[in-house]
Write a protein of this length. Structure first.
Length: 330
């Protein structure tokens, strides 16, 4: 069987207008711009407007991705939407996006791999096209984390932001496109990073609201330790399976969680930190949107060109991690 070459043929991103700076957060919790900047690299983030939900951000990013790909919504035959903050618990956000875009020929479902979601979803979409089952897959990473972080918890509320990124996957010319990928999960770390209540294990009750367990809880230092191992493991494994060397990589697009995590990962992988694209100072951690947001910005600046070999790499709740190596196709 001849597998197709699959690549990203259009990418778009979107962030809400409202900017929340570290100084704004100083007025809400016991924190400081100095602490946030020195421990994470984050200076500001975007929060969705009251009337914006996760699907609304996804639609904006998707429209741009379709335009860049020169396609219409009806050309898409599958939508995979990665999120940990869906519009609703039941009814996938992908179906809401399908309707809003008018992608009436597309099957649609959500995927939750937290901050690794974009890489997981790109991998699934690539497999669908490679196997000749579908032709054009719209992959979206989208989050409204501002609705699930506890604005009274300084350990988490300073880290996260809202945003969306979308990529159209399709067949590309031989020699280009997705070279390799590596996905992993370590489900044994059960309480490291999750929203404890609001699902079937612990439905919302007055007690839940009282203890605020309907908001995100995180053991930050544990995630940090996991991340500095998981990012190198995923990236190096993907490079090895694609027969790609560190010298071949022109740029890395890491999950935008923490500058110190990225610096540590760069050392372990052996790729200079200058090759790691970062915009977490402006957008914070946007979970499944962050890698696409970074890639979209670099593309707009002309920093990624046809033939460049790039790595996408992420880690997140689950715990999950994943990496993808791409020879850029346009
Ligand atoms: O997408 C995946 C999601 N999560 C992550 O990527 C997070 C990974 N972890 C991290 O990025 C870091 O662990 C954090 C940025 C969350 C925390 O940095 P840290 O250097 O590991 O700090 P820490 O948690 O060990 O806390 C150090 C101190 C503590 O005070 P004491 O106990 O030493 O007195 C915290 O209470 O900093 C305090 N602290 C803060 N102080 C001011 C924690 N959050 C804040 C804050 N402002 N916002």
């Amino acid at each position: 069987m001849n597998f197709k070459n699959v690549g990203i043929v259009g990418l778009g991103s979107y962030v809400p207008e409202r900017i929340v700076t570290n100084f704004d957060l100083e007025k809400m919790v016991d924190t400081s711009d100095e602490w946030i900047k020195s421990r994470t690299g984050i200076e500001e983030r975007r929060f969705a407007a009251e009337d914006q939900a996760t699907s609304d951000l996804a639609v904006e990013a998707s429209k741009k991705a379709l335009e860049k790909a020169g396609l219409t919504a009806e050309d898409i035959d599958f939508i995979i939407l990665a999120t940990g903050t869906p519009d609703y618990l039941i009814q996938s956000t992908a179906c809401i996006v399908q309707e809003k875009l008018g992608a009436k020929n597309a099957a649609a479902f959500d995927l939750n791999a937290a901050c690794s979601g974009f890489v997981y979803a790109l991998t699934m979409g690539t497999a669908l096209i490679k196997s000749n089952m579908y032709k054009r897959v719209l992959v979206i990473g989208t989050e409204v984390l501002s609705r699930v972080v506890d604005m009274q918890d300084r350990n988490t509320c300073v880290l996260f932001g809202d945003g969306a990124a979308a990529a159209v996957l399709a067949e590309v010319e031989p020699g280009y496109g997705i070279i390799s990928q590596y996905l992993g999960a370590e489900g044994e770390d059960q309480e490291t990073l999750r929203v404890p209540a609001g699902g079937t294990r612990k439905p919302i009750t007055p007690e839940v609201l009282e203890e605020r367990s309907n908001f995100l809880k995180m053991k930050g230092p544990e995630v940090f330790k996991f991340a500095v191992k998981a990012l190198p493991k995923a990236t190096i494994s993907a490079m090895e399976s694609g027969n790609v060397s560190v010298e071949d990589i022109s740029m890395v697009f890491p999950h935008q969680a923490n500058l110190r995590i990225i610096e540590a990962a760069s050392k372990r992988i052996g790729i200079p930190v200058e090759k790691f694209y970062m915009n977490l100072n402006k957008f914070g951690n946007t979970s499944s949107a962050s890698i696409g947001l970074a890639l979209g910005e670099a593309l707009d600046k002309g920093l990624v060109k046809k033939g460049d070999v790039i790595a996408l790499t992420g880690f997140g709740a689950g715990l999950t991690y994943g990496s993808m190596i791409i020879k850029w196709a346009y």
